[in-house]
Write a protein that binds this ligand. Structure first.
Ligand code: BES
Ligand code: ZN
Length: 618
């Protein structure tokens, strides 16, 4: 690791990926690599488990490798065998190590004879961190059960034994058995007309990293939004979702014009129940999305632009380890802005860039030095800690800075070339920089010094001369907020009638952390924020109202917390409540009610907030 960062700052020699082991995986891809995965699984809703067989095709790299080391978490392994060319099989010995809290259990399969294929019979645990199981009552339509995976960052190992590192890519095919009437979807081409007969087959012919392996099953309807795009959702949600996402084909065409052909065939979207722990997940061919973006006016569809952008930044060119995750999320957030600009105008794209940049400016100084870096020192960065606003918002800010310095023509050509050059590879920050230098920085001398690039990538904070777009509408909001707080402008004089979602977010984001409850009451009386159907606004509003000490909003905040399991929209409310003993006690009661509907990751995160708060109060 140390060697890697020294090289990184120095000569930029290639290939560095070979040197960098992934600290978040037990796998040893320099010894042997999975090239193909064949899954044959049954979905057992009553027992909340997947059971069946994973067959791994292997490419042995080291002729002396004694074993195949895999990542697992909470898997029950029934047997492991080698499959031989002549169709025969023979059992293999294996050791499943005691679980590590962060990494799960290392599975060491003794295989000195280097079989080309290994067959593992196994079942998942009902508590698998990468799966959520919902009973019919926890779905919108209340008729059929539902299950879905969320593999990123390191949860694929909780439902398939594999090399769970983004440095390893493999193709896959799958056969999935399910009860009748259930539709099964995976991160592969899905057929909208597939009969609901309990037998589904999938083929993902492009090599993908484990974190893009995905499955979902439930009472799911489908509607087309274009020749290569459709929306999947529960029947009562599908029309609303189809309307919200009707611009998907236009987004595809925009991205293709900028960065070349979309290589994955179809781009479908699955809208999940509100317990989905993220906003969106870029599963190939089938983005998974939260229903909290279905607000009726398309104001939150940048989420689709974002997940679609991953089809180039992330799914085509992948970060080799979680330390380099800004290569996925930062570049994607930049491309997202370009798609938003092309479809909905520069004013909206600039507002979105400003919202996140200003939030980052506010928060970055309080982060540990290592966390402020795009490419942190890999020691001590866990997979989940690697993911912060820095990856998204400092990363996209760096990309916008490059665009500004070199101009759109040169930068667009560079980025398109970058996606093609590294297509279907997993790369480190240092590989990206080794390409950036000759292809952009040195090619157009005098535009940007290399020391500036290094400051963006390896430095803390945000470079002093970083620029931001202008937004006259945000400037007006800043003035109105200030006047309102100073008492020179009444709540009813704020010209918020025409505000879009982003403008409300900006107004609320920049209210003081603890705003006097009288002021908050005035706002609510005029603008009726309590009970808003827009969860982005609700999350911000309830956080302020709780911090301001207004207990009358507690029931509405609780309803939001019980309904929505998306981490980013729910955790801030638990944190706001946890600041006082009464609030903490209330939040614990809310959680008792919400918990059965929460994803395992949301449960873990809420419980961690409680543990921290209880410690703090001693
Ligand atoms: N790939 C991420 C989601 C993710 C990252 C899941 C890391 C688990 C670990 C996805 O593309 C994403 O960034 N989603 C955002 C949406 C967005 C518009 C920024 C989210 O979920 O909020
Ligand atoms: Zn993303």
């Amino acid at each position: 690791m140390r060697l890697l960062s020294l090289l990184a700052l120095g000569t930029l020699m290639l290939p560095l990926a070979a040197l960098a082991a992934d600290p978040d995986s037990y796998a040893q891809p320099d010894q042997v690599r999975i090239t193909h995965l064949d899954l044959d699984l049954t979905i057992d809703f009553p027992r909340k488990q997947l059971e069946g067989v994973a067959t791994l095709t292997l490419d042995w790299k080291n002729p002396d490798a004694p074993s195949l080391v895999l990542d697992t978490r909470d898997l029950k392994i029934a047997s492991i065998e080698a499959l031989h060319g002549n169709g025969k099989s023979s059992p293999l010995n294996y050791v499943l190590s005691p679980p590590d809290k962060a990494l799960g259990s290392k599975l060491t399969v003794t295989a000195p004879n280097h079989p080309q294929r290994v067959r593992i019979v196994y079942a998942t645990s009902p508590a698998a961190t990468g799966l959520q199981w919902l009973g019919p009552a926890q779905t919108a339509d209340g008729k059929l059960p539902f299950m879905f995976s969320q593999s990123e960052s390191i949860h694929a190992r909780s439902w398939v034994p594999l090399q769970d590192s983004p440095a390893v890519r493999f193709t896959y095919d799958a056969h999935i058995s399910a009860p009748k009437d259930i539709r099964v979807l995976m991160s592969a081409i899905n057929d909208a007309r597939h009969p609901l007969d309990g037998n589904f087959s999938f083929d993902q012919p492009h090599p993908i990293p484990a974190y893009l392996l995905a499955i979902a099953a439930g009472g799911i309807a489908v509607k087309e939004t274009g020749p290569r795009s459709a929306v999947y959702a529960e029947p009562s949600v599908v029309d609303k979702a189809t309307h919200e996402f009707e611009d998907t084909e236009k987004m595809l065409a925009t991205a293709e014009k900028l960065y070349g052909p979309y290589r994955w065939g179809r781009y479908d979207i699955l809208v999940l129940p509100p317990s989905f722990p993220y906003g969106g997940m870029e599963n190939p061919d089938m983005t998974f999305a939260t229903p909290t973006v279905l607000v009726g006016d398309k104001s939150l569809v940048s989420l689709v632009a974002h997940e679609l952008a991953h089809s180039w930044a992330g799914n085509l060119v992948t970060a080799a380890s979680w330390r380099d995750i800004w290569l996925n999320e930062g570049v994607t957030t930049y491309v997202q802005g370009r798609i938003t600009e092309a479809l909905y105008g520069k004013a909206l794209a600039d507002e979105e860039a400003l919202l996140s940049a200003r939030a980052l400016q506010k928060d970055i100084a309080d982060m540990p030095a290592n966390a402020q870096k795009l490419a942190p020192d890999p020691r001590g960065v866990g997979a989940d800690d690697a993911l912060s606003d820095v990856a998204y918002d400092k990363g996209s800010w760096f990309m916008r800075t490059l665009e500004q310095r070199f101009g759109r023509r040169a930068f667009d050509a560079y980025l398109k070339g970058y996606f093609n050059h590294f297509a279907f590879q997993s790369i480190t920050t240092e590989q990206m920089l080794a390409y950036l230098k000759p292809q952009l920085i040195d090619r157009y001398p005098g535009k940007m010094r290399w020391a500036e690039v290094k400051a963006w990538v390896y430095g803390t904070g945000i470079p002093k001369d970083a620029t931001l777009p202008d937004s006259p509408r945000f400037d007006t909001i800043d003035r109105e907020r200030k006047a309102f707080l100073a008492g020179t402008l009444g709540a009813d004089e704020i010209e918020a009638k025409g505000w879009n979602t982003q403008e409300w977010m900006y107004f609320l984001d920049r209210l003081p952390d603890v705003t006097p409850s009288g002021k908050l009451g005035e706002l609510d009386a005029t603008w009726h924020l309590t009970g808003t159907p827009n969860a982005e606004i609700g999350m911000r509003w309830y956080s302020h109202a709780i911090a301001g000490g207004d207990t009358s909003v507690w029931p509405a905040a609780a309803a939001h917390m019980i309904r929505i399991g998306r981490l980013y929209l729910t955790l801030p409310l638990y944190k706001a409540f946890a600041r006082t003993p009464q609030g903490l006690a209330y939040a614990e009661r809310v959680y008792a009610q919400a918990k059965p509907g929460y994803h395992p990751l949301t449960q873990q995160a809420v419980e961690a907030i409680f543990v921290k708060a209880r410690k703090g109060s001693h």
